[in-house]
Design a protein around this ligand. Structure first.
Ligand SMILES: *Cc1c(COP(=O)(O)O)cnc(C)c1O
Length: 379
């Protein structure tokens, strides 16, 4: 079956007991044993597994084309679980512009777990190869990246990982399976913040991992989740499963809107630069064209400063004049958002001060372009 069909139907069997077409939401934390203590339906206690989470995990594996899906309480919990499977002494390569939360996780926690990491530019394959060490166990990529929308060549990095006997993970949050299928390109693990496009309505926090093969991580990841307890509530699993049903339609519209806005604003005199992999001038455009079906709903803009205003001031002023775009963090919801990333990342941020990150929603593109024009021209 094609992806659009899998998204609608996976994990969606009609409920046997009632005939309910929408999946039932099971909040029970505990499940009845048989007379000899056996578990006749496979369930015992909801932290280990539960029927709503099982439905979602079946769907996650199907839509990514992997053997095993895992749902976690957040994208961060999903990523932390992978790092917690590493043996002591392991070394990890991760992108120099990785999602801010993962940079903190790697910096603050990996040393406590007796592991080390090196940050590299994953768009530079020689740099990736050169940073490998005998103890490198994991290559952690993110594409498109946040907030500069840099592109990593997934097939090439997967080959480097294989050659080094390491696993490769991709944080594909910016590119849901409708437009990017990392497991088909040789990646071992795909990670999503389900809080973003999977949920799609800015109303649920969750994280997903899908393994291309059950081995070697299925067992140890199950144990990390059960024992450390980063499980999601069944209601959150239910909301994410519901989000998957409309993912293909939503993502198509997010992408076509973002491309229209990128093209319209790239020409604007108040815009210094647009970072969007769908534009021919983007340094990762050719790789993106090869490995993505469309270029996603995220883009960043650099606003031009002037004689009386720094780029940072100009960017903040534009964000303040937007009427339709809500000034808020996060992404992937139906509504368009704008955010000054350097402010949210704090003092150590290396993000350009004149950069605004946009999450393009499902509004009509002309309304979004008109809103941006009035905000740029109010300057
Ligand atoms: C939001 C995000 C995360 C973290 O996910 P949470 O669900 O907020 O824990 C990880 N990676 C990327 C690229 C993100 O945008």
């Amino acid at each position: 079956m094609r992806l659009e069909t899998l998204l609608v139907h996976s994990g969606g069997e009609t409920d046997e007991g009632t005939g309910a077409v929408a999946p039932p939401l099971h909040l029970s934390t505990t499940f009845e044993h048989g007379p000899a203590g056996e578990m006749p339906r496979g369930y015992q206690y909801a932290r280990t597994e539960n029927p709503t989470q099982d439905r979602l995990e079946t769907a996650l594996a199907a839509v990514e084309g992997g053997e095993r899906g895992f749902f976690f309480a957040s994208g961060m919990a999903a990523g932390a679980a992978v790092l917690q499977t590493l043996p002591r002494g392991s070394h990890v390569l991760f992108p120099d512009d990785a999602y801010h939360g993962f940079q903190e996780l790697i910096h603050d926690f990996l040393p406590r777990w007796d592991c080390s990491a090196t940050a590299v530019d994953f768009s530079d394959l020689d740099a990736v190869q050169g940073a490998l060490r005998p103890e490198t166990r994991l290559l952690w990529a993110e594409t498109p990246s946040n907030p500069l929308l840099k592109i990593t060549d997934l097939a090439a990095v997967a080959e480097i990982a294989r050659g080094a006997g390491a696993l490769m993970l991709v944080d594909s949050t910016f590119a849901p399976p409708v437009i990017q299928r990392p497991l088909e390109l040789g990646t071992d693990i795909v990670l999503h913040s389900a809080t973003k496009y999977f949920g799609g309505h800015s109303d649920v926090v969750g994280g997903a991992l899908v393994l291309r093969r059950r081995k070697p991580l299925e067992e140890v990841l199950t144990s990390v989740r059960t024992t450390l307890g980063a499980v999601a509530s069944p209601f959150n699993a239910w909301l994410v499963l519901r989000g998957l049903r409309s993912l293909a339609c939503r993502v198509e519209r997010h992408c076509s809107n973002a491309l229209a806005i990128a093209e319209a604003l790239a020409e604007h005199p108040a815009v210094e630069r647009v970072h969007y992999p769908g534009l021919a001038g983007h340094p990762g455009h050719l790789v993106a064209r090869r490995q993505m079906r469309a270029y996603g709903g995220m883009l960043s803009l650099r606003i031009r400063g002037g004689p009386s205003q720094s780029g940072r001031e100009a960017a903040l002023a534009v964000a303040g004049r937007l009427k339709l775009f809500v000034n808020a963090t996060s992404l992937g919801g139906v509504e368009s958002l704008v955010e000054h990333r350097a402010s949210i990342e704090g003092a150590e941020s290396t993000t350009p001060q004149n950069l605004l990150r946009l999450s393009i929603g499902l509004e009509h593109p002309d309304d979004l372009i008109a809103d941006f024009r009035q905000a740029l021209e109010g300057a």
